[in-house]
Design a binder for this molecule. Sequence first.
Ligand SMILES: *[C@@H]1O[C@H](CO)[C@@H](O)[C@H](O)[C@H]1NC(C)=O
Ligand SMILES: *[C@@H]1O[C@H](CO)[C@@H](O)[C@H](O)[C@H]1NC(C)=O
Ligand SMILES: *[C@@H]1O[C@H](CO)[C@@H](O)[C@H](O)[C@H]1NC(C)=O
Ligand SMILES: *[C@@H]1O[C@H](CO)[C@@H](O)[C@H](O)[C@H]1NC(C)=O
Ligand SMILES: *[C@@H]1O[C@H](CO)[C@@H](O)[C@H](O)[C@H]1NC(C)=O
Ligand SMILES: *[C@@H]1O[C@H](CO)[C@@H](O)[C@H](O)[C@H]1NC(C)=O
Ligand SMILES: *[C@@H]1O[C@H](CO)[C@@H](O)[C@H](O)[C@H]1NC(C)=O
Ligand SMILES: *[C@@H]1O[C@H](CO)[C@@H](O)[C@H](O)[C@H]1NC(C)=O
Length: 368
Amino acid sequence: MADCKFQLRLTIVGLLLVALGTLEYTLAATASNVALGKPANQTDTANGADPSRAVDGNSSTCWATASTAVEWTLDLNNYYNIEEVSIQGPGSQWVTSVGAHSTANTTSNPPENIIGDYNRKWWYGALIEVAFAEKVRLSGVDIYEAIGWDAAGVGEIKCYVEDGWETVWNTTSKRIDSGVVTFSPNLTKPCSSSRLKLTVAPGYPHTYIDAVRIHGIPIGEAKLEMGLTHGKNEAENIMNLSTNSTATWSPDNKGPYRYLRIQANPKNETLSLCEVQVQGQLQQRTPYFQVATGIAMPNPPISTVFDVMSKTECAFVCLRKTKPECVTAQFDQATSRCALYNGFEHNHDPSNGKITIVFKFAAHFFAN
Ligand SMILES: *[C@@H]1O[C@H](CO)[C@@H](O)[C@H](O)[C@H]1NC(C)=O
Ligand SMILES: *[C@@H]1O[C@H](CO)[C@@H](O)[C@H](O)[C@H]1NC(C)=O
Ligand SMILES: *[C@@H]1O[C@H](CO)[C@@H](O)[C@H](O)[C@H]1NC(C)=O
Ligand SMILES: *[C@@H]1O[C@H](CO)[C@@H](O)[C@H](O)[C@H]1NC(C)=O
Ligand SMILES: *[C@@H]1O[C@H](CO)[C@@H](O)[C@H](O)[C@H]1NC(C)=O
Ligand SMILES: *[C@@H]1O[C@H](CO)[C@@H](O)[C@H](O)[C@H]1NC(C)=O
Ligand SMILES: *[C@@H]1O[C@H](CO)[C@@H](O)[C@H](O)[C@H]1NC(C)=O
Ligand SMILES: *[C@@H]1O[C@H](CO)[C@@H](O)[C@H](O)[C@H]1NC(C)=O
């Protein structure tokens, strides 16, 4: 009886070896954008610019944070060998917050009406400061405004630099008699900023503004990190967005990795990104394992299999487990239990007597 069970076990092990060996051989995948549609998160969100916009395949939609010292994270939901990562900053941005302002009627036309895309909701006043998520080398400004009766168009645009406000465009005229217009002035001076101050043309009490958009390449760097487990990153690179607004990186160590984190560099600056692409290919679960001792697994197992006779059998139990996939197993000789985990989260704990079985591709992560 015992012999028979043993034979059956060996047969299963043999079949698995063959089946999985073949699988590995036939799946020579090509890299694709594995970030598309994966779950993204960020510490805070400005004006509905939610984190998924960086992985929606559309570089016209961007995420933005309301504050500084923020991070954006992505879970690729699986382990990928990473060929290249690219991040794209905004080419244009809408207002994310308003600063000092005068407002003619805060009930009907509050300054917050300027935030975001145009929507025919107006701010109405003489002066307003607006801020954008990312500092750019300003190449253009579009002001969506209404002119008529006592309301003139914007007469002056100032840009905030280190030592104060600098005029980048001004006029003394009302510009036109009436109408709803998109005003895109030719700026008279270069400026790098994330803040503008808009003032009504001289001699008029008010201007009506629906929305403001700026164009320009970010002056910024982002720190990108990748890791096998959440919050523990093994590869990092500083990406410079200042040349082109798109920065790419081909990591020397391709991983595999599962988690990404992006922060502004330095961390005290704001950051907005429009697209994050991760060219990678799925790391196959191979029949090759390595064992480690003195490891504690902090997360609960996805399942535990009883009556397992050896670490080798535990390894194959792990290989067979899909949805969710087992990537790490722990064999407890004393109780003949094989616990299956779908992550690599672990702590070193010399007092832990269980045998940890990990796919070879992640074994380095468990080394002391
Ligand atoms: C997203 O981030 C927020 C703020 O840090 C956190 O409270 C939340 O649990 C996170 N959600 C996920 C799915 O990680
Ligand atoms: C990308 O997003 C912009 C802004 O929302 C939208 O106008 C455009 O149609 C989108 N493009 C695609 C291909 O979905
Ligand atoms: C402000 O607008 C509201 C709504 O249109 C209106 O009821 C109110 O009288 C206005 N207040 C002033 C001071 O004009
Ligand atoms: C505004 O423009 C006028 C010329 O139209 C110029 O003389 C003046 O110096 C400008 N004001 C500022 C603050 O740059
Ligand atoms: C900006 O300059 C271009 C070319 O010189 C001109 O065609 C255009 O009308 C100008 N735009 C404004 C708003 O003055
Ligand atoms: C980023 O690019 C800009 C523009 O080319 C350059 O001035 C700056 O020094 C670069 N920063 C780093 C850290 O390479
Ligand atoms: C800028 O990005 C485009 C693609 O988005 C690329 O073709 C071009 O070579 C880049 N230029 C520089 C200077 O990196
Ligand atoms: C962030 O810190 C750097 C270095 O300490 C400083 O030069 C920079 O002005 C700071 N930026 C902001 C927005 O506070």
